[in-house]
Design a protein around this ligand. Structure first.
Ligand code: SF4
Length: 687
């Protein structure tokens, strides 16, 4: 099928990468079924995929796709030619910069888009004179990256999917890979578990991952540090410290021992809501293992003490010598398909491509050599900080492929913030909930309509390939960013005229040390993994073998104390924690437009423990109101013992119920990640 311009909207199969999670499965189009199908790619080596991959073409061909730019006229979004839409952006942004300076602009990059698009997007922000560019990594793993970068020098999986199967013990904290990273779970973790690897699952809610676990610690949301410190105490007291490793590779063991001296294991277990004997057993299993691999997810990171949570986990790995070897390490399971890459290429307010600090003059000078323009030296605003400053210090925003109206916490405040901006540009596939607030909406390209590279959760850079053209007047995202940039940057020497993603990738390899030496052709149908030294054909697998990525032979231990959750819990209140389910992904901008996935799980529910339900006269299937001072939603209750007493669970994929109207926006002081995982709520029968 072709449109009136002769462009093909029927996909032609090509070896691309799934647009959903950070596993990075190879995905192509099946002409026989009209659905997504796997090919034998670097991660899904047998061509295996999950239901989201199979349904990935449905949102591409959805009737709601934007086919023309929209501009706001008399309060309504109406279609307009590209020239007019781009002209309005250029005029509005120039006025804002002239009146308020470049830091009055903020840029939301997209961890769902390619390295090349994110690279040019952050380059645009910095050439305009602001470092206020961020992506939704801020909302999922910025705390993990902060802790791991500080301690080990690299905010990424220490190990690879291929070597983790050699572990004797898996410790999964706040992660549910069975539903959130299905191919990792089924193709890498489950075979090892069936071969004898012990799985310890730390999660407030029993889920599909728990079903495969040998030991479940149903931690109360917000109490990971008491739990992990108590595990460290058991390891220290019972002689399970790897003294030889600590002598050579670790600093601060005596200080950590002193810090743990006062820890009462039973009291900490009670505080964390887990059985003390089960906690001791978990510590022994982890501490006695020859090889123990830790996984960490948003259950750990999305707290206002998320950075300290990860420090506590790193302490466990370091004191037991579980770093720098196959089958060990601390391994954050990243969310979106390119959340790792968006950070790698500099779509963060405090670092340049390759994580060089913006305050580092030499790093800025190196970038300036390529760009002809030096980036500013002051870190910019993070995504949530920028939202908080909207209408005040921040006057204009360019949101590329993200949907903060759904994904940011305290969404009532977010809606007000978007309306408070002088000018909002949204580039997306549909009129998303964020685009409803926009002054200009630019119709972009879906995953199956673009080429470029993405970087998966274990640092493999892989290539996407276009299989169709964008519909109507919609354009490829890379072309749109370059068009906007050429209108905005005027006569600066910075280049925004690259002939496709390969040319952008070439430039990226010259300014990003992590990607230096990689090439588009070299990646081919395989992958190249960072770091990528000249003598490693496919990049380095296990990090920190002889020295840490800080350049040091040793890494410091970091004693941390429990930080109480931001929301106080009233007598009649429960803790709301949120997460993803297998069939849906993040704001649901894509999955809510897939009929197949909606049929699998069409409505959201609140999961509540039977005793909490009985106390409130709530029966399974009843309609209930979940509310707090920030907002209120009405949903059906699922009464289940899989949710811990005192805690209720909801997903955050829907505009209705808008669960993030309930979540709080207290920020981690280091990573500025919000407290999504612990919100005090009342749950009552709906009247
Ligand atoms: Fe896509 Fe992730 Fe499913 Fe693989 S596991 S098909 S990358 S959603």
């Amino acid at each position: 099928m072709s449109d009136s311009e002769g462009r093909s909207q029927t996909p032609t199969p090509a070896k691309s990468v799934c647009p959903f999670c950070g596993v990075g499965c190879g995905l192509t189009y099946s002409e026989a079924s009209g659905k997504g199908t796997g090919w034998q790619a670097p991660v899904n080596t047998k061509g295996e995929i999950c239901p989201k991959g199979a349904a990935a073409f449905e949102p591409v061909t959805d009737d709601d796709r934007l086919e023309q730019p929209l501009v706001r006229e008399n309060g309504h979004l109406v279609t307009a030619p590209w020239d007019e839409a781009l002209g309005r952006i250029a005029t509005a942004f120039a006025d804002i910069v002239e009146e308020h300076g470049p830091d009055a602009l903020t840029f939301f990059a997209s961890s769902n888009c390619t390295n090349e698009e994110n690279y040019l997007f952050q380059k645009l922000a910095r050439v305009l004179g602001t470092n206020s560019v961020d992506n939704c990594a801020r909302l999922c793993h910025s705390s993990t990256v902060a802790a791991m970068s500080e301690r080990l020098g690299a905010g990424a999986m220490t190990n690879t999917l291929d070597d983790l199967g050699e572990a004797d013990v898996f410790l999964a904290c706040g992660a549910n890979p069975a539903e959130q990273h299905p191919v990792i779970f089924r193709s890498y973790l489950l075979p090892a578990i069936r071969d004898g690897t012990t799985l310890i699952h730390v999660d407030p809610r029993a889920n599909d991952t728990t079903d495969a676990a040998d030991l479940h610690l149903p931690v109360t949301p917000g109490y990971d540090i008491p739990l992990l410190n108590a595990m460290a105490k058991v390891i220290v007291d019972e002689g399970l410290v790897d003294e030889a490793f600590c002598d050579e590779r670790v600093e601060g063991l005596d200080t950590l021992r002193e810090h743990l001296a006062d820890v009462d294991v039973a009291a900490n277990a009670e505080l964390a809501g887990v059985d003390p004997d089960a906690l001791r057993e978990a510590a022994r299993l982890y501490g006695e293992a020859d090889r123990a691999a830790a996984f960490t997810g948003m259950g750990m990171s999305q707290h206002h003490c998320g950075t300290d949570n990860v420090h506590a986990l790193l302490n466990l790995a370091l004191v037991t010598g579980n770093v720098g070897r196959r089958g060990t390490g601390v391994n954050p399971l990243r969310g979106q398909n390119n959340v790792q890459g968006a950070g790698d290429v500099g779509a963060l307010p405090s670092v340049l491509p390759g994580y060089a600090d913006v305050t580092d003059g030499a790093a800025r000078a190196a970038v300036a050599e390529e760009w002809g323009v030096e980036p500013p030296a002051e870190p910019g605003l993070t995504e949530v900080e920028a939202t908080h400053a909207a209408g005040d210090a921040v006057r204009g925003a360019y949101v590329f492929g993200e949907n903060p109206a759904i994904t940011e916490p305290n969404s009532g405040r977010v809606a007000d913030a978007l309306d408070a901006l002088d000018f909002l540009v949204v580039q997306d596939l549909y009129v998303t909930e964020t685009a409803e607030h926009a002054d200009v909406v630019l119709p972009g390209s879906a995953w199956a309509e673009k080429g470029g590279t993405v970087t998966n959760t274990d640092r493999q850079v892989m290539r996407m390939r276009p299989m169709a053209d964008p519909p109507g007047d919609a354009r490829r995202d890379l072309d749109i960013i370059q068009s906007v940039a050429r209108r905005l940057v005027g006569e600066t020497p910075a280049r925004f005229d690259h002939d496709g993603p390969e040319a952008v990738f070439d430039e990226l390899t010259r300014v990003n040390d992590l990607y230096a030496g990689m090439s588009y052709d070299g990646i081919g149908e395989g992958s190249q993994r960072w770091p990528f030294p000249a003598d490693a054909d496919e990049g380095v697998g296990v990090l920190h073998e002889d020295s840490f990525a800080t350049g040091e032979r040793t890494a410091p231990l970091a004693p941390v104390d429990h930080v109480p959750p931001a929301d106080d819990l009233g007598d009649d209140e429960l803790v709301l924690t949120t997460g993803r389910v297998l069939q849906h992904f993040n704001s649901g901008a894509l999955t809510r437009r897939s009929g197949t996935l909606m049929k699998m799980r069409g409505e959201d529910v609140v999961e509540i423990h039977p005793e909490d339900a009985a106390e409130r006269d709530i029966a399974d299937g009843d309609t209930v109101e979940v509310a707090n001072g920030r907002g209120s939603v009405t949903v059906e209750a699922t009464v289940t013992p899989r949710t811990t007493r005192g805690t209720v669970f909801m997903t955050f994929h829907y505009a209705d119920p808008l669960v993030n109207s309930l979540t709080g926006d207290t920020l981690d002081p280091v990573a500025k990640i919000p407290e999504y995982k612990h919100s005090a709520v009342r749950v009552v029968p709906a009247t």
